[in-house]
Design a binder for this molecule. Sequence first.
Ligand SMILES: CC(C)(COP(=O)(O)OP(=O)(O)OC[C@H]1O[C@@H](n2cnc3c(N)ncnc32)[C@H](O)[C@@H]1OP(=O)(O)O)[C@@H](O)C(=O)NCCC(=O)NCCS
Length: 163
Amino acid sequence: MGGNPLIGALRRTRLFRAASRRVVRSLKLNVRTEGDNRTVLCAEFGTFQPATVALTRVTDPSDCRCGFWLHAMSVAPPFRRMGIGTWLCRQALDMAARMGAESVLLTVGEDNAAAAGLYTKLGFERLPSDGPLMPELRRLESIAGKPYAAMRVRVGPRTRDEA
Ligand SMILES: CC(C)(COP(=O)(O)OP(=O)(O)OC[C@H]1O[C@@H](n2cnc3c(N)ncnc32)[C@H](O)[C@@H]1OP(=O)(O)O)[C@@H](O)C(=O)NCCC(=O)NCCS
């Protein structure tokens, strides 16, 4: 992941964290639907759109990917590590829950520690790489040569057995 150590240190200061909280508190959500099964959520900060994420729904029950997926999460570099990714993902997970999702899935590159850290903080857990979904997912998504993991988080109400 690397990054400039000076910028890393700056981002850990109390001042930066306080400014980040103020930015996150002033974010507005912009939502647009694309077709029947895709919703794009954008975080707006004044006239900027520092972050976007897409929520898609695979409805075909014969498709192993059937369910809700987060895709294309992205925060503009100057706005990273301020909590904006966390805020926007939470908006997307709340929206999925309101749309009836029990859980939300995503894929993340094995080398993407920043994204994996974000998703873990939000409660996502890795699916076993030898589980039923992964080989089929690799075939369908054909992200050639790029190792990645699938993660899932529960968003719907728990059943009594799980509680
Ligand atoms: C991954 C990404 C979306 C994170 O967005 P962000 O707004 O910076 O994330 P947040 O500030 O909400 O950080 C939430 C947590 O994620 C983890 N995290 C985020 N950036 C990190 C980094 N550079 N290094 C290590 N952990 C990181 C931390 O656990 C962080 O919590 P903390 O700040 O309390 O330690 C952003 O770095 C990005 O857009 N990356 C490029 C695109 C990408 O990789 N998208 C994901 C595709 S699956």
